[in-house]
Structures are given as C-alpha cells and as structure tokens.
Design a binder for this molecule. Structure first.
Ligand SMILES: [Zn+2]
Length: 484
C-alpha cells in the first residue's frame, strides 16, 4: 500500500470521507465512514514511521523544558512486537533498519508523539456528554445515575465500550484510566474490547454503597468480592490493569472504604482511582459525612487509599497540607479542565499543584461525560485557560508533557508508555499540523516549534489526528481525499 500520507497532505483535505471497501463496515459505532479502526491483532514484523517527533526525557515542571523536551525535525521511529526498537534522526536510523522495513512517511507538516494518555474518564457516561444545566451533585443524580443503570445489560455495555474506545483512538488517546459502573460486566465489556485492540487500559468497577439509587448500590462485602474477582480475572493480563474504584467518599460507607484499602494491600500493584475536592458543596458534604477526618484527602488516607498508583480526579480545592500529603505519598491528581469548566466546579491551580518544593504528580484527563471532549488537544487548550485564571501561563511544551509522559508518570507507568524511546511500548499518535483552513493559515505565522504546538492546543481537535498506533499497529487512520 502507499506509504506516503501526510507528506502529500498539502493539496489534500481531510473532510470528505469516502467509504473504503473491506475495512470496517460497521458504522453504528460513531466513526465516520472512511475512517479506519482495525480491531484485529495479528503477528507483527518491524515497521516504522517517519516525520517530526516530539517527546520528553524528563519532567519539564522540575527540570525545565530545555533539558527535557526533545524535538526531531526529521526522525524515524521503528517498532516491532509492540515496542519501539529505534528512534533518532532519520538519516541515522534508516541505515539501521532491516532491508524491506516499511516506513510510513508522514512528512514535515505532521507531528509524531507518544499516544495521549487520559488519566481519568468514565466510559459509561459517553451517552450523556453535554447534559444541560447542573453542577456536580445534581448532575450525578439527574444524568449519571440514570445512565449508569443501563449497564446491567451486557450487550449495551459492550456497545458503549466500543464507541468509547474507537472515539478515544480517533483522538489519539491510547491509554485511559477508566471508571466503569458498579456492574462487573461493565468492566468485562471494556477490558474485552480493549484487549482486542491491544490497548493498555486501566479500569475498575465503581464501588458505591450509599447515597445513590438502590439499583446502583453494592455493599462493602459485594464490592470487595466483585473487585477481587475482577482483579484475578484481568489485572496484568496482556496490557490490562485494574483500578480499585470507590466513586468518591460520599458514596461509600466507612466499611466500604476500609474494604477497598484492604483489597489494595492484598494487591499492591493494582491501582486506586477516585475523585477528590472537585466542588465546594461536595467538599462540605464529605466533611459532614466524615467529621473525624482532617479533610477530604484524609478520608482516603485513613483507609489506606493514598500512595503510588492512586490517582484522584480534580483536586481543585485541596489545601496546602493535602497537596503536600499527595507529594509525600506519590498520590496523583488527574487534571480535568473541560469538566471543571462545564460543571462550574472551579479550576485547578496548576502552578501551585506542581510547585517545585513539593510537586504533585499531575496528568491531564477528559473526565467524560462531565468533560466535553475526547480531544486531548482541546483539553490542553482548556488547561491553559484554567492556569490563566490563576495567573499562570501553561506553555505548550508543558501541556503536551501533561498529556503524554507526565500522565504516564502520574500513573507510575512512565517506564512503559508516554515517551518515544527504544524499549518503550509503541503507542503513537500522528498529528496533522494543518488540519483546518484556519490552522493552515495561522501556521504560516508560527515562529518555531513551541508556537506551532500552542496553535495546535488552542485551535485543533480530532480532525488533527492522522493516525493512531497501539503496540506498533496502526489502529486508526484518518480518511484523506483529494480536494485541491
Ligand atoms: Zn470523574
């Protein structure tokens, strides 16, 4: 097949979507006709992509951008058996590749990055994105708890999981930390579909034994038993990882939180995910429910639910001592700006959260369906606005870090995903830096890489994703047709 795509993208346009025979004929999944999502996993030989590459070798928030951001104007990334084998300037790497290695040329108007990582998202809320008129606690009752009751139905859970994963890949998101519903079959549905695509996914069954509709409640005992069974079934199988998932402190009894902490001690290499300090009313409510605890984070801390591989959504209203506790315990915050703006929750003070004397691990996240976009580019743009509201200008270099290596570091997976280097898992996104007429025009005035990246996070969205690779396989390719 033709290996040239983006290098010839000037003179082409990515909006007309002609159907291609024999590729993926199911169109009930939210993908556009002509877009390709390939679910089948087959044996793999070496392949490579060529184009400009952006990646990170360290944390720019701590060490500065100059020594951690690596940009290669013309690079090759070679992959085999799910991992990156070579990365470097094209002229050097080309000579090292076995004869006959297929090199996909993306051209100078593309950007190859590690696949985006979404640190906090709810796949069952895909059907309720853009639900009008409520803040967190009312939004949960009015929309979320209604939508999640449908996940008793396995076929429905599977259909939503398919849409969620395909839409993620269409946006270049290769790993997500996912809250499922209280039903174990919602986890089965997501992991089954993710394993077909070879994705590294973190997910867990929501634990919830109070303050929600009866149909969505488990008990401390059943939540523990179901989660334990799911860990045994899925955790560490292929690229799948399990997260113990209390929804948030207000929907779990002390007994359930204690059981969750016990389970984590029994499976210490699993993950914990939940929410903390998202909304002021929620913070006040948790204080009422747990009057003996020092604060919101202390509720989780008390039950043994903070530490490495614990990731909490939002953290907007955490106090200084709570941020310090996150730092000391390596507990991470998932920064969800589109969700925070949408629900009127507030905005994370990123400068304060990442302060150099006690930096908290932060990864970027969509928090769909309170979040409003699968696009991590859009999410970066909103993170910029959130930071601006606190007088802090988030650079594009830092924002791309938060969506890749920074997110991986937050999840304690930075030895596997989030950057481009030999032996890393070969999850990539390839962006078209001229994906709309306006961006094409604006890019003529871009002065350097950083400005080009900033234009992308301010103006671009899913239309910018040319291709997505999971474990070395191209699982999504944007349809491209002649237009000029
Ligand atoms: Zn959430």
């Amino acid at each position: 097949m033709a290996t040239q795509t983006a290098s010839g993208a000037r003179g082409r346009k990515a909006i007309a979507l002609a159907s291609r025979p024999g590729i993926d004929d199911e169109r009930s999944d939210g993908t556009e006709p002509g877009d390709r999502v390939r679910p089948t996993v087959k044996p793999q030989r070496m392949s490579a992509v060529r184009g400009p590459v952006l990646t990170y070798t360290g944390d720019p928030f701590q060490q500065g951008l100059g020594s951690t951001m690596r940009y290669e104007a013309d690079a090759i990334v070679a992959m085999a058996d799910g991992r990156i084998t070579h990365f470097g300037p094209a002229r050097q790497v080309r000579t090292l590749l076995p004869r006959g290695t297929r090199v996909e040329e993306y051209g100078k108007n593309a950007l190859i990055s590690a696949g985006f990582i979404d640190c906090h998202v709810h796949f069952p809320q895909t059907p309720i994105i853009g639900a009008y008129g409520a803040q967190l606690l009312d939004w949960l009752n009015k929309y979320t708890f209604v939508a999640e009751q449908r996940f008793t139905d396995r076929a429905y859970a599977r259909s939503v999981a398919q849409v969620f994963l395909r839409e993620s890949l269409r946006n270049g998101v290769t790993t997500s930390a996912v809250h499922c519903t209280v039903h174990p079959q919602s986890v089965d549905a997501l992991f089954t579909e993710a394993s077909r695509l070879g994705q590294r996914i973190i997910a867990g069954k929501v634990l919830m034994d109070r303050n929600a509709p009866a149909a969505l409640l488990d008990t401390a005992r059943r939540g523990y038993d179901d989660s334990r069974a799911l860990i045994e079934k899925w955790h560490g199988k292929g690229r799948l990882l399990y997260a113990i998932t209390p929804r948030f402190a207000a929907t779990s009894t002390p007994e359930q939180l204690a059981a969750a902490g016990r389970l984590w001690r029994e499976y210490p290499d699993s993950f914990v995910q939940s929410h903390v300090a998202e909304n002021k009313r929620e913070v006040a409510w948790v204080k009422e429910l747990f009057p003996r605890r020092k604060g919101y984070l202390d509720v989780y801390d008390h039950y043994g639910l903070v530490g490495p591989r614990a990731i909490y959504g939002h953290g907007i209203w955490l106090t200084e001592s709570e941020l310090r506790r996150c730092h000391d315990t390596q507990t991470a915050i998932a920064h969800c700006p589109t969700s925070n703006f949408f629900l009127g929750s507030g905005s994370l003070n990123l400068g304060r959260t990442t302060r150099r004397d006690r930096p908290v691990r932060v990864g970027l996240a969509t928090d769909l369906g309170a979040g409003t976009s699968f696009s991590m580019l859009h999410t970066m743009g909103e993170a910029y606005k959130a930071a601006q509201s606190h007088g802090y200008a988030l650079s594009a270099g830092h924002a791309f870090y938060l969506a890749t290596r920074g997110a991986a570091q937050a999840l304690h997976l930075d030895d596997k995903i989030g950057s481009i280097a030999p032996r890393m898992e070969a999850d990539l996104v390839v962006l078209d830096l001229k994906s709309t007429p306006l961006i094409d025009y604006r890019m003529k005035y871009a002065d350097g890489v950083e400005e080009a990246l900033f234009i992308q996070m301010t103006l671009a969205d899913d239309r910018a994703v040319l291709a997505t690779y999971v474990a070395g396989r191209r699982v999504y390719e944007r349809a491209i047709v002649q237009s000029r």
